[in-house]
Design a protein. Structure first.
Length: 456
């Protein structure tokens, strides 16, 4: 494997004169580009203040997932109290879930680019404030369609993952980004435990989890307004020129972005498809009660956490993250085995490879965006990638439902998941080859005038 840990610098003429750590990074603060060097120097203050910034940003990921997971056990209760709005009970419950996802899909396309222009801080402050209002509105709703509209608005307010990922990319050096990205995976795993909390609070009143969510969002609004610092620092003109997408390598940049987005879509499609179809398989093939199925799904937080802490984080120090994501997609490609297995224990054990894949890819994607994107485009690129991910997550359950009856053993459903995982694996392999090629060109003195630090 070639040496992919070299440093880069940008000359006064706006050209990159040495190679950059495109795939992995080793030791020390790296001058990745002009904007980020300034950002890091600005942010070298007390460690406590830095921790406060990180807590506020990571909390946005939990708030994002709370909208899905905390309320999931309560949907039937809510529909039962309000009525189904003129549609079937099951469809009414699914509308409440999908309306939140649709709102997030739209807002991810808006919030990311907006944060590139206005800054990460004002977008996060506004998002927390609007989220608080939406949760309060839902808690005091009196009819189904009013609640559904507020669910959509709630999704619009919580589509902050592009901003959070961009913030982390702004404040971290490339060699530290895998650690920050791994913590995002930990937050996602924590979010997967929310149905248990929602169920316990909902036993008192289904409005109680919504009121607590409003209180948390309001607290984060106050904390971000008072303490959160801006991470996006304007780039010098010569840096902007060197990173212009109109240069010959622009097509390579957008191809790389498209492949990252495709992989993100693949992992989300597979994740939501298996979450949807695995309970069907366990109940139809093994007669497992839904209560036990819920416990099995909750247990998936464990392999997710272990993968992040024991596999992704150590390996990210020695291997390119695109290869780690490739390994994760290969893990998900084993899902075709699930309907072939005769033991429920074996089915559950193999299904944990889905969580291995989730952790490896979800933690790798923000690092890849950090590597290939300049700060001025990071919100836009994160928005594109995460919108593709959210859209795939909405399509996954629909495809799983359509394919479920294609054959009596349900092979087609799980084979489709494996096929999509294979597509994601190929995408990561192509990205690795692209970055290796760019690294070799950057190391060639004849190509020293080529801007390679971000593939732009």
């Amino acid at each position: 494997m070639p040496d992919l840990g070299a440093k880069s610098s940008i000359s006064s003429g706006g050209t990159t004169t040495a190679s950059t750590p495109l795939l992995k990074n080793e030791g020390g603060e790296i001058q990745y580009n002009g904007g980020e060097t300034t950002a890091r120097s600005v942010r070298k203050t007390s460690s406590l203040r830095h921790v406060v910034d990180l807590v506020i940003v990571y909390a946005s990921v939990i708030v994002d997932f709370m909208g899905y997971t905390l309320i999931a056990p309560l949907l039937s209760t809510i529909v039962g109290e309000f009525g189904s709005g003129g549609v079937s009970h099951s469809f009414a419950a699914s509308v409440l879930m999908s309306s939140y996802g649709l709102g997030q899909f739209i807002s991810a396309l808006i919030m990311g680019p907006t944060s590139d222009h206005l800054g990460r801080r004002p977008v996060l402050i506004a998002a927390y404030f609007l989220t608080c209002l939406c949760y309060l509105g839902q808690a005091f709703s009196e009819n189904y369609w009013g609640f559904a509209v507020l669910r959509f608005c709630n999704g619009m307010a919580t589509g902050t993952r592009p901003v959070a990922f961009s913030y982390l990319g702004d404040i971290s050096s490339p060699e530290r980004m895998p650690f920050y990205s791994m913590l995002v995976g930990v937050m996602i795993a924590f979010g997967s435990l929310m149905p248990l909390l929602g169920g316990m609070l909902g036993a008192i009143s289904w409005r109680l989890p919504l009121l607590i969510s409003a209180g948390l969002s309001g607290l984060l609004f106050l904390l971000s307004a008072v303490f959160l610092r801006e991470s996006l620092v304007p780039e010098d003109d010569h840096v902007k020129a060197s990173l212009s997408p109109t240069q010959p390598s622009s097509s390579v940049f957008w191809l790389t972005v498209a492949l990252i987005a495709l992989t993100a879509a693949c992992v989300q499609f597979d994740n939501i498809s298996i979450i949807t179809s695995l309970p069907w398989l366990l109940t139809s093939s093994f007669g497992i009660e839904m209560k036990t199925v819920g416990a099995i799904l909750g247990s998936q937080a464990v392999p997710t956490l272990l993968t992040n802490l024991l596999i992704f984080l150590p390996l990210s120090k020695v291997l390119p993250v695109c290869l780690l994501a490739l390994a994760g997609m290969c893990g998900q490609a084993t899902m075709f085995l699930l309907p072939l297995l005769k033991s429920k224990v074996a089915v559950v054990a193999v299904s944990y490879l889905l969580n291995f894949g989730n952790a490896m890819v979800y933690s790798s994607v923000p690092v890849l965006v950090k590597i290939v994107s300049p700060p001025s485009k990071r919100g836009l690129i994160n928005g594109i990638v995460l919108s593709c991910m959210l859209l795939a997550g909405a399509i996954g359950p629909l495809v799983a439902g359509l394919l479920w009856g294609a054959d009596h053993r349900h092979y087609t459903t799980f084979a489709a998941v494996s096929g999509v995982a294979g597509l994601g694996a190929v995408s990561m392999l192509v990205i690795y080859l692209i970055l290796v090629r760019r690294q070799k060109r950057a190391s060639n003195p004849c190509d020293s005038g080529t801007a390679v630090s971000t593939l732009v």
